[in-house]
Design a protein around this ligand. Sequence first.
Ligand SMILES: Cc1cc2nc3c(=O)[nH]c(=O)nc-3n(C[C@H](O)[C@H](O)[C@H](O)COP(=O)(O)OP(=O)(O)OC[C@H]3O[C@@H](n4cnc5c(N)ncnc54)[C@H](O)[C@@H]3O)c2cc1C
Length: 413
Amino acid sequence: MEVFIIGGGASGIVAAIFAARAGKKVTILEANDRFGKKLLLTGNGRCNYFNEDLSISHFHSQKKEFLSQLIKEETLKEVLSFFEEIGIVPKIKNGYYYPYSNQATSIREALLVEAEKQGVRILTEEKVREIRKKQTFEIFTETHQYQADIVVLATGSKAYPKTGSTGDGYTFAKSFGHSIVPVLPSLVPLVGEERYFSLWNGIRSDVKLTLFENEKKIAEEFGEIQLTNYGISGICVFNLSGYVAKGLKDGKKERIEINFMPWISSLKEAFSWMEDRSKKLKGRTIEQLFEGFLNYKLIFLFCKLAPISKDLLWENLSDTQKETLISMLFSFSFDVKDTKSYEQSQVCSGGVPLSEVKIPSLESKLVQGLYFTGELLDVDGDCGGYNLSFAWLSGLLAGKDIGRYDTNKTSKN
Ligand SMILES: Cc1cc2nc3c(=O)[nH]c(=O)nc-3n(C[C@H](O)[C@H](O)[C@H](O)COP(=O)(O)OP(=O)(O)OC[C@H]3O[C@@H](n4cnc5c(N)ncnc54)[C@H](O)[C@@H]3O)c2cc1C
């Protein structure tokens, strides 16, 4: 039985390994000149391949109800054992798993060695153009034609297309009658139109971020953000970006509030904290009072926007002036107008709906012998190793299920 995996990325190689371990003859067709181009970029070249916190809330899908049937703790643990088996020694930092070498190439090479050991054939520079189903599947690349009994679509999403994931999988899925949950960039910086962005460009700050959609609070995150000349970036920004992209597409108003005093949880508390501070540090100017916890560029910006001279003594300010400044520190707000594009997004939301695949095998409900793995499916995860976790997990589930087919593909064991 010929199994063809379209896409030599994270999920494709794991599907290949598990199908081959079950005795199937497996070929990967990869458009790039080598396997795992995106993998090498992950985690800033260190590959954050897993996370200690296995909570389902870190994964998102339009069909949320299927997530808990698909992403089970025991399967995630199986994924972790698999990496141990193939020789990866983890380094765990704040729950984030990296290879101990701190090099993504360790993960890539371990996967390649295992694939080779299992006899998986990897054909590179084979961009698939079309797949047809007759008795068997016919796969057309630019230069070759292949026949397959089983096809796994592991082509990824449209995120970071320079790594080879250009969205072909959506076209293939549609050609087999599948629908696609609208695809949007996720884990991506947020863009605003404020003129003052040039004044905060380059600052990093630990904050609390709150996202409001049509003035209703929908999510919050704590962590370091980067203030840039187009808006904001950083892990906690990325984790809100999926909601923003969907909201903007639906014509909703998306507003971000930044709390530059994240240890404080109400405006009233912020006010008394500052009054207290000014009493302890009597005779200080605004600049001198703020500089103990705030970046100078922000002090300058807030005073300019207020507008209040930074050289005024805090105790000489009116209540309104104090309120203006404290509100900026506690809930600095701007409207998000856009996200950065697919070129800069780490993943995409949307894809093949979970309602159209069998769970947990990930075989199409419409076409026997057709499987979907990884980001092509309508599942995306938070920053922290969740997207690779899902890629591995989906590859493992599909690969194992393929292994259950008998040689005539008439029944499964
Ligand atoms: C910069 C960056 C950093 C990231 N860091 C992390 C991280 O640290 N942790 C984490 O969990 N996630 C991270 N991610 C996300 C993670 O890399 C992806 O979610 C994951 O790789 C998806 O796996 P996949 O198998 O679905 O697709 P991919 O890994 O994208 O593989 C798809 C493969 O299919 C090939 N392909 C596409 N079309 C065709 C075709 N027509 N014919 C043949 N081949 C084709 C592509 O060339 C590609 O090699 C990061 C992403 C980016 C862009």
